[in-house]
Write a protein of this length. Structure first.
Length: 334
């Protein structure tokens, strides 16, 4: 596919309201005000654990770029060639159309990161799917100002009546217009299934307005500042002598040190592990390249006096979704 045509430089919207389900002593849906659940204009979508990307439709295929531009280059990160089955799906009758959605692959967002990496196998690339949940441009026309219900109707028509819906690696996000109690149950079901949460959207609003994100736990965006080396040796259960650790033998990092902006300065906030071996190996082999990169962590709690985290754990990279300048410490976010 030719890449000499300039992509439309579009920064896609995010949820205006965000709620985190972190109180184990009350029903999950209590995290969201009843006024949102009870609004008949609000529909619900179960969130997929992927990476946010825009899909630009050209005559000879589809190009994929990130949600936000790089601070350094001012350009959006493009991952077109990392998803060849999506790239090569030609829908000439929809040239100039731009979709908003998520790239998914495997069980979670870490699987997407592997599949989009430079060392991904053909099998991993073939597993990448694009889940569209909105439309920004229709054949060159900006439709972001139209009501959600109008954009959704247009999106459904494209999947039903054009070649867009004939690609196994491109699909439409499922949404439901339910009663308040049924919507509450969707959130409960999603969390019990181990999913990230749900999106609630007001169908009377234009693009990016009336969106509410409900997540499963307290998660935070932080910036990689450095690394801790692993323990050189350990005494395994049943052994008398210490032996070299696997991380030390492979020259892998022991933990990632991270921080957030406090009064405009990147400030150390903790260290985390919990990444799988593939992520640990990639970071260890490219340490300098990962400095300044944004990642998402989960934590049991955040100490309000220091901003430090209790048992932080690596969750995923936030490439194309969050920039380092967005990772600001808010003392009220505990």
């Amino acid at each position: 596919m030719k890449h000499d045509v300039q992509l439309q430089q579009i920064e896609v919207a995010g949820a205006k309201k965000k709620f985190k389900v972190s109180n184990e002593h009350q029903p999950a849906w209590r995290a969201v005000p009843d006024s949102i659940w009870n609004d008949p204009r609000v529909i619900i979508e179960r969130k997929v654990d992927g990476h946010r990307f825009k899909a630009h439709v050209f005559e000879d295929g589809i190009r994929l770029d990130s949600r936000r531009p790089s601070v350094d280059s001012g350009l959006y990160v493009e991952k077109t060639d990392n998803a060849p089955l999506i790239r090569d799906h030609a829908v000439p009758e929809l040239e100039g159309t731009v979709l908003d959605g998520e790239l998914v692959a495997g069980k979670d967002s870490n699987s997407v990161a592997h599949a989009l990496g430079s060392h991904a196998t053909d099998e991993e690339k073939a597993a990448i799917c694009y889940v569209a949940f909105d439309i920004l441009f229709f054949k060159g026309e900006d439709v972001r100002g139209k009501r959600d219900e109008v954009r959704r109707c247009l999106l459904e028509t494209l999947f039903e009546q054009t070649l867009l819906g004939r690609c196994e690696n491109i699909r439409l996000m499922t949404r439901s217009n339910l009663t308040p109690d049924q919507k509450r149950q969707v959130l409960v079901d999603a969390l019990e299934a181990g999913e990230e949460g749900v999106m609630l959207k007001d169908i009377s609003q234009p693009y990016g307005k009336g969106w509410t994100k409900v997540k499963r736990e307290a998660r935070y965006d932080v910036v990689v500042m450095g690394y801790d080396e692993p323990k050189p040796t350990s005494v395994k259960k049943g052994d008398l002598d210490a032996t070299p650790t696997k991380f030390a033998l492979n020259n892998w990092v022991g933990a990632i040190r991270f921080g957030q902006l406090l009064d405009g300065k990147l400030t150390y906030m903790g260290r985390c592990s919990g990444m799988d071996e593939a992520v640990r190996r990639e970071v260890s082999e490219n340490r300098d390249a990962f400095l300044g990169r944004v990642m998402e962590i989960s934590a049991q709690e955040r100490f309000p006096k220091t901003g430090k985290f209790r048992h932080p754990r690596f969750e995923r990279w936030r490439d194309g979704e969050k920039l380092a300048v967005d990772c600001i410490y808010d003392p009220h976010e505990v």
